[in-house]
Design a protein around this ligand. Structure first.
Ligand code: PXL
Length: 278
């Protein structure tokens, strides 16, 4: 059985980060170890007065215990990280557990719609940029890509712009950049990836639903990580992640009043298992 470890926060309410990654990657038939980086009463995007307990201090102890046990992982996947200090400690985790046989996915969760999430500063962006240089796959949205590249966020969304962003993201040092929130027309939304070695781009699109839903980036990154762990190619992983994320958004629409509560991905897990076995 394949084994992944995912390193991100637990938002106790408001489906995102670990409460999304753990069920999704597990449903794909992959053992999923976790390192919770913080415990929040809710995520930070849409709720007032959330609590935040930082667990950075626990990570070195978990790392050294796992090292003593001789544990290894086929995939290492990071999401929301709460502080620049935490990013450095996760970077040490990569040094301890990265091998020639496994791979690292960094979802540089930092913001959306041109803005950084609550509590994040340029120092966190700098740390994330360094973390991305150690990754095999990085999965920013358009906002995160512009912060990583130090360029102004632009509403421009065209094939030319997508390709330019991907090329520049590859220069940060990761092996394969993957960009989400790609939308060249009113009807479709999807994701794009770039392989700098062969200089090839992959694109995948689903129906565009004009409704922002919280946690969809985490859903995408979880499925993408699971698919690569199972040996799918980059275009196949991209397709599976776009297909499942689009399905989750559509399944949420009938009850989508409080979209910051997250999307109804649970209703779509059966489809995901089918995609894995196709
Ligand atoms: O979905 C990304 C995410 C994860 N974790 C926390 C967040 C967010 C986005 O706002 O606040 C705590």
């Amino acid at each position: 059985m394949k084994r992944a470890v995912t390193i991100q926060d637990i938002s106790c309410f408001g489906k995102c980060s670990l409460t999304v990654a753990l069920p999704i990657i597990s449903a794909m038939g992959i053992e999923t170890a976790v390192i919770p980086t913080a415990v929040l009463s809710t995520h930070t995007g849409g709720f007032e007065g959330y609590t935040f307990r930082d667990l950075t201090g626990d990570i070195p102890g978990i790392t050294s215990h796992w090292k003593k046990l001789g544990l290894g992982f086929d995939a290492i996947y990071t999401g929301y990280l709460g502080s620049p200090a935490q990013v450095e400690i996760v970077s040490d985790f990569f040094d301890s557990f990265n091998t020639d046989e496994n791979f690292i996915v960094v979802d540089p969760v930092m913001g959306d719609s041109g803005k950084l999430y609550s509590g994040f500063t340029g120092e966190l962006v700098d740390g994330m940029r360094r973390l991305c240089s150690k990754a095999d796959y990085v999965i920013p949205n358009m906002t995160e890509a512009s912060f990583l590249l130090g360029i102004p966020y632009s509403e421009e969304n065209s094939e030319k712009h997508t390709k330019e962003l991907l090329k520049r993201l590859a220069e940060l040092g990761c092996r394969y950049p993957v960009l989400t929130g790609v939308r060249w027309n009113e009807k479709e939304q999807g994701a794009a990836a770039y392989d700098p070695v062969t200089d090839t781009y992959s694109f995948s699109f689903g129906e565009h639903v004009n409704r922002h839903m919280h946690g969809t980036g985490d859903i995408f990154a979880s499925v993408f990580t699971g698919a690569v762990t199972l040996g799918k190619t980059l275009p196949q992983a991209l397709d599976m992640a776009v297909r499942f994320t689009t399905g989750c958004i559509k399944a949420t629409l009938p009850t989508a009043d409080e979209v910051w509560y997250g999307s109804c991905f649970e209703l779509c897990l059966g489809d995901l298992i089918k995609y894995v076995n196709e």
